[in-house]
Design a protein around this ligand. Structure first.
Ligand code: MN3
Length: 252
């Protein structure tokens, strides 16, 4: 089974390169340039001793992002929603291990893989979300600088064109999901993606740089149905230093 899986992954990667317009030999030689996002266990929220995913603490107080995001929303979002994804991810991992070592109905693999994809997605997305923000009083918002600003201008025209595009894409996510700024290493460019739920419509080479949660739980208490207002206000608390750090790591 391991062999089949690795062969399928290799074929999948080559097919993905083909889709990016690279021919076979170019595709193979270009392959080492594609690097997945690298995160430390602390960044992801993983306890190596317990061997389970853990809820990372917020890097600021619950009320620190006011008035953009209110304290009550932050408390429920972090302590209940994010905690729920962490729990779900650990359950899915445990169930898949149970299947691996103790056997059972193979149909359950699909069920628990889906659960893993959704809950791990939730855990990672939120972990990146909290650290992707910073209180306005501590320098959140403003504009990116240096290489990241240059790449934004190259790929989107101007910084304000990027903001318009990013916030519109996030606002128009169908149902629950996320707006993401990602770096695509093969084409060496930035892209904006609309993620549905916690995992759909995002591809494996996309390195997440900045995500805005547009599930209703992220904004409804304060903004009700005005998702566009929330997405615009979110830009006032972006931690561009952190986004820039992720960008430099992705293109290194
Ligand atoms: Mn959320």
């Amino acid at each position: 089974m391991d062999h089949d899986l690795s062969r399928r992954n290799a074929i999948g990667s080559i097919a993905a390169l083909g889709a990016l317009g690279l021919s076979g030999s170019e595709a193979l030689s270009a392959q080492p340039k594609i690097r997945p996002a690298k995160f430390s266990p602390t960044e992801i929220g993983y306890d190596a001793q317990k061997q389970e995913f853990v809820l990372p603490e917020l890097p600021y107080a619950y009320n620190a992002l006011e008035p953009v995001i209110d304290e009550q929303t932050m408390r429920i979002h972090h302590d209940k929603h994010h905690a729920g994804y962490v729990k779900g991810a650990n359950t899915a991992v445990a169930k898949l291990n149970e299947y691996l070592w103790q056997g059972g109905d193979p149909a359950l693999i699909q069920h628990w893989e889906r659960q893993l994809s959704f809950h791990m997605g939730g855990h990672i997305n939120h972990t990146l979300f909290w650290t992707g923000m910073k209180p306005e009083s501590e320098g959140g918002g403003g504009k990116p600088e240096g290489n990241l600003l240059a790449q934004i201008e190259k790929d989107f025209g101007t910084y304000s064109a990027f903001v318009e595009y990013f916030t519109s894409a996030a606002t128009k996510v169908e149902g629950s999901g996320w707006g993401w700024l990602v770096y695509e290493p093969a084409s060496r460019r930035l892209m904006v993606l609309q993620m549905q739920n916690q995992q759909d419509m995002m591809f494996a080479s996309a390195v997440p740089l900045l995500g805005v949660d547009v599930w209703e739980h992220a904004y409804y208490l304060k903004y009700q149905n005005r998702r566009a207002d929330y997405a615009k206000a979110f830009m006032r608390v972006v931690n561009w230093e952190e986004v820039s750090r992720r960008y430099e790591a992705a293109r290194a």
